[in-house]
Write a protein that binds this ligand. Structure first.
Ligand code: HDE
Length: 700
């Protein structure tokens, strides 16, 4: 991928700083690490057939370096993709926070953002069912602010001490190291069944939120409650969240599974391609604000990270926008070496007593020592703040600075008491003087943390029928992978505390007893939780559309549609029998190299000869590829369009098509000519998924 996107101005202070460390070997003579010009094509031997000589410093250096190329992958969130961007403040938010990056309208702050799956190893597929990390780093004028968030609002456990148990249960099992990158196994559901507070987040993961269509169409959540503190020392509790301008979209499980085999890097490639093409993903970034006095009004504790604050109760307020506009130059140096830490916070931002957050403040520093092998990891280019760093921390492996002078302590007279301390009212960090109750040491949890099912119910109730069906199907798949009937039955018992109908439908699919009703569904719902109801983007930029071809295609229609889609910012592509030219069309994918699951929509142009080939059994299409392409697109609820003879392929595939004067039926668009398809197809592409087409269970 090219590194500098077209028409972009991604230049900023962080990029300038990074550019001091970037290097290129192009056109240069080879040297050893110590600068000697060398030829390391052949090792040094006694005679042309050896033996090799131990004195060969060139080979030893090269092999030594190679042997040490790997660092430990992250213990969680190992698989990820990182990109650069910026934050732009919508205004002066100093009434809310002293944070300088939010202090004036239009103020831009460089950012680095890393998306990740949680459970899989570095080489695992992108489209597994999992929570995804959405970690933000703001290189502010006053130091780094890392908001190490997720794409799912609640979390599985409320106390850091339970995190290792959660991860051990969910990661591959220790005896067989299977399954890779997913929770569809015995130990995960054994844990979830025994740990009721996880139920809320489990439902999020079982819904479309657990299999996003792309990283560009996910929400971000800070998960914990944080504090914002203004210059007057006043504080408000906040929940951070960020909403994609491109809307939300998820994959269906059938698509996600097939994509894992067809393009393991689906999400990574999608994100980097959009950035490379200049279609920069954007999010509105903001907060839900909660006053200290209001926390008593909630029927849960805002310090419990297994809960969210429903947007129906506290609306989202946008403070600015995130724009991602530059791919990395080097994956290892930037994406792999970035060391996020929830304790990287700036003046005006504070943490709370959330017991999960408290544990994270310890964990992230600790883990970096394991990964980076040195306490000097903050000196790596991607980790440096924009400001010069001055303190009395010294030495350690890989120290890269040469500190002058004899003073490395404070107070001191020899250096006039410098580096000097900065008071909070003069720009120093503000520790909010929160009152701590006259407390007693205890290993108990707050009574406010015990309602595990109300919000799980709220989430489930807020989904549409089609989305609920996805949860049921996902639960049947995931829990059904457990060989233990006991685990399956216990998990159904847990779901029964959320909703009897849900539990019975799952039970039916996994062969365990259908439970009797034990809990009332209070029928509460909230806005902002359903993906189907989420506001759509107003354009079709970045939508991928496969134009199916074969010899005999009506090239005029095919290319007119291509041009139309391209003019609207979509990414069309011709799929054909072979790569290269087909009567003036540039075929970039074949029926062997691609498949409908890799596209957002499909269009079939006219062409009698083409349709004949596509609908007859022959050596052209031994597996009826065009028919399967159309059928899969249809079953997955995607826009399907055809013009002229193209409509015959839909009929051949058994796809229900509009009749009479109607051109459109649930996103299936058919007309005599390509031009008559365009407008309806554009509308359907905005809609992206036609949920009404997805089948629902018969009542159980
Ligand atoms: Fe993490 N988490 N986490 N986590 N987490 C890590 O840090 C941990 C939690 C999240 O792109 C690790 O550098 C503990 C919640 C993201 O580099 C590690 C607990 C949330 C990333 C770690 C949590 C997250 C991590 C692994 C419970 C959502 C990837 C490597 C107290 C708000 C960051 C590393 C990146 C990474 C520990 C819970 C999100 C081991 C102990 C809650 C996005 O330090």
């Amino acid at each position: 991928m090219s590194q500098q996107p077209k028409g972009c101005c991604s230049h900023n202070a962080k990029q300038e700083q990074l550019s001091q460390f970037t290097t290129s070997d192009k056109g240069k003579q080879e040297t050893s690490q110590f600068g000697a010009k060398i030829n390391n094509e052949e090792s040094l031997k006694a005679g042309v057939e050896g033996p090799g000589l131990m004195e060969d410093f060139m080979m030893r250096e090269k092999i030594m370096h190679f042997d040490h190329e790997r660092i430990p992958e992250r213990v969680v969130h190992a698989r990820g993709v990182g990109v650069h961007g910026y934050f732009e403040s919508y205004g002066d938010h100093s009434d809310l926070t002293a944070a300088n990056f939010l202090g004036s309208k239009g103020k831009k702050t460089p950012m680095f953002v890393r998306f990740s799956t949680v459970l899989g190893s570095r080489g695992s597929p992108d489209t597994v069912r999992d929570v995804r990390g959405f970690a933000l780093r703001f290189y502010t004028d006053e130091g780094l602010f890392d908001l190490v968030g997720n794409i799912i609002a609640p979390f599985f456990v409320h106390d850091a001490i339970k995190f290792p148990d959660l991860i051990h249960a969910a990661k591959p099992q220790p005896d067989t190291e299977t399954p890779q990158a997913g929770t569809a196994h015995e130990t995960a559901y054994d844990f979830f069944a025994e740990f009721p507070e996880s139920t809320h987040t489990v439902l999020w993961a079982l819904s479309g939120r657990g299999i996003p269509r792309s990283f560009r169409q996910v929400e971000g959540f800070g998960v914990h409650t944080f504090r914002l503190i203004n210059n007057k020392g006043e504080s408000k509790f906040v929940k951070f969240m960020w909403k994609p301008k491109a809307g939300l979209c998820n994959l269906l499980w059938d698509e996600a599974q097939k994509i894992a085999g067809k393009n393991i890097d689906f999400h990574r490639v999608d994100l980097c391609t959009a950035i490379e093409k200049g279609d920069y993903p954007e999010w509105e970034w903001g907060v839900q604000i909660i006053s200290e006095e209001d926390i008593e009004k909630f029927d849960f504790s805002i310090l419990d990270p297994t809960k969210l604050v429903p947007e129906s109760i506290v609306p989202f307020k946008a403070l600015g926008k995130i724009v991602l506009n530059r791919n990395v130059d080097n994956f290892f140096a930037e994406t792999e070496q970035i060391t996020f830490h929830p304790g990287h916070i700036v003046r005006g931002v504070g943490v709370t007593d959330d017991p999960l957050l408290q544990g994270r403040l310890f964990s992230y520093l600790d883990t970096q020592i394991n990964r980076m092998n040195s306490a000097n990891f903050m000196k790596l280019p991607i980790n440096r703040p924009l400001q010069p760093v001055h303190n009395n921390q010294r030495d350690g492996y890989m120290q890269t600075q040469i500190h002058k002078g004899c003073v490395a302590y404070f107070p001191n007279g020899l250096q006039d008491n410098t580096p000097s301390m900065v008071d909070p009212d003069k720009g120093g960090y503000i520790d909010y003087p929160e009152k701590i109750n006259n407390a007693t040491k205890t290993r108990q949890r707050s009574p406010n943390f015990f309602d595990h099912y109300s919000q799980a119910q709220l989430y489930y109730n807020s989904l549409t029928k089609a989305e609920q069906q996805q949860v049921v199907d996902a639960a049947r798949f995931e829990i059904g992978k457990s060989k233990s009937i006991d685990v399956r039955q216990r998990m159904v018992k847990s779901l029964n505390n959320v909703d009897n109908e849900l539990a019975r439908r799952v039970a039916y699919g996994i062969g365990v007893e259908l439970p009797e009703k034990v809990a009332e569904n209070k029928n509460k719902t909230s806005v902002g939780l359903s993906i189907e109801k989420y506001p759509k983007a107003d354009n079709i930029k970045t939508r991928t559309v496969a134009i199916l071809t074969a010899p005999g295609v009506n090239t005029k229609e095919a290319s007119a549609m291509y041009k139309f889609l391209e003019s609207k910012g979509a990414y069309p592509g011709y799929v054909g029998l072979g790569l290269g030219d087909l009567d003036g069309l540039d075929i970039t994918d074949t029926y062997m190299t691609t498949s409908s699951v890799l596209w957002d929509a499909v269009y079939i142009p006219g062409g009698q000869q083409m349709i004949k080939k596509m609908t007859e059994l022959s050596s052209f299409f031994p597996y009826e590829e065009p028919k399967m392409f159309v059928l899969d697109s249809f079953r997955h609820g995607k826009p399907v369009a055809a013009s002229g003879e193209g409509a015959q392929l839909l009929k051949h595939a058994g796809v229900e098509t509009p009749t009479g004067s109607d051109k459109e039926l649930h996103g299936v668009i058919v007309a005599d000519s390509e031009q008559d398809v365009e407008t309806a197809f554009e509308k359907a592409l905005i809609q992206q998924r036609f949920w009404a087409r997805l089948p629902l269970d018969e009542p159980i």
